[in-house]
Design a protein around this ligand. Structure first.
Ligand code: ADP
Ligand code: MG
Length: 226
């Protein structure tokens, strides 16, 4: 029996653009069990990124609650929410969001530095994470000296730095060739199996979808099918 790690209750989000209300999520009730690899599909503009950002504590819902590991994150103050983002979740973005002037190793060290880890420990952990994604021999390379697939693997290593229980990925293979996309999913599966980490992946990619343990579809801000 696995426990629920994410549970949203009547989650709604309405953006305000000037005087116009833009509904993005409409009463979403989503349940994710610990250790799942969940795929979220849906047309452009259906609310996928909004949902991921809210689960990750980057944005707040207009209505509803969201429990992560039993804690209602909508009730957290800014400090506790920042703590939640740093310790509980890892984010992987489509365009990697690596810092261009830092090396692969230094990029992976960022979350560890934010946690206040001592320099030696940081370095050692960042190197071991680069080893996990097969990039220990690229530690001193800057992002523009790496291929798209390699940059995405650095982004995975960075997302994992603080050993988050949930990893959120927004169209992580959208910019990758199929070989890199498969390499990405192999790492996800290995981590999931080894550490029981939960993944929630927004994707259109059939290569990703076939590796997920569960698929949800969002349409017009509603979760449609399980
Ligand atoms: N910051 C924002 N301000 C206003 N409207 C937004 C904002 N972000 C997203 N939206 C709108 O919310 C809806 C859902 O967007 P989004 O979650 O990005 O969808 P998806 O990731 O599925 O393409 C869209 O109509 C989009 O235009
Ligand atoms: Mg999106």
């Amino acid at each position: 029996m696995s426990k629920l790690i994410v549970r949203t209750i009547d989650l709604s989000k309405v953006y305000r653009r000037g005087k116009v209300n833009v509904p993005a999520l409409n009463n979403v009730n989503l349940q994710v069990s610990s250790g799942e690899i969940v795929g979220i599909m849906g047309p452009s503009g259906s609310g996928k990124t909004t949902l991921l950002n809210i689960i990750g504590g980057l944005d707040k819902p207009t209505q509803g609650k969201i429990f992560v590991d039993g804690v209602d994150i909508t009730s957290l103050n800014e400090k506790d929410l920042a703590d939640y983002r740093l310790k509980k979740v890892g984010f992987i973005f489509q365009f990697y969001n690596l810092i261009p002037i830092l090396t692969a190793l230094e990029n992976v060290e960022i979350p560890l530095a934010l946690m206040g880890a001592p320099k030696d420990e940081r370095r050692e952990r960042a190197l071991s994470l680069l080893r996990v994604v097969g990039l220990e021999n690229r530690a001193d390379h800057k992002p523009d000296e790496l291929s798209g697939g390699e940059q995405q693997r650095v982004a995975i290593a960075r997302a994992l730095a603080n050993n988050p229980s949930i990893v959120l990925a927004d169209e992580p293979t959208g910019d990758l060739d199929s070989k890199s996309a498969m390499a990405f999913m192999k790492i996800v599966r290995d981590l999931n199996r080894r550490n029981n980490q939960t993944f929630i992946i927004v994707t259109h990619d059939p290569l990703v979808v076939e590796q997920c343990t569960k698929i949800y579809t969002i349409r017009d801000g509603r979760v449609e099918s399980a």
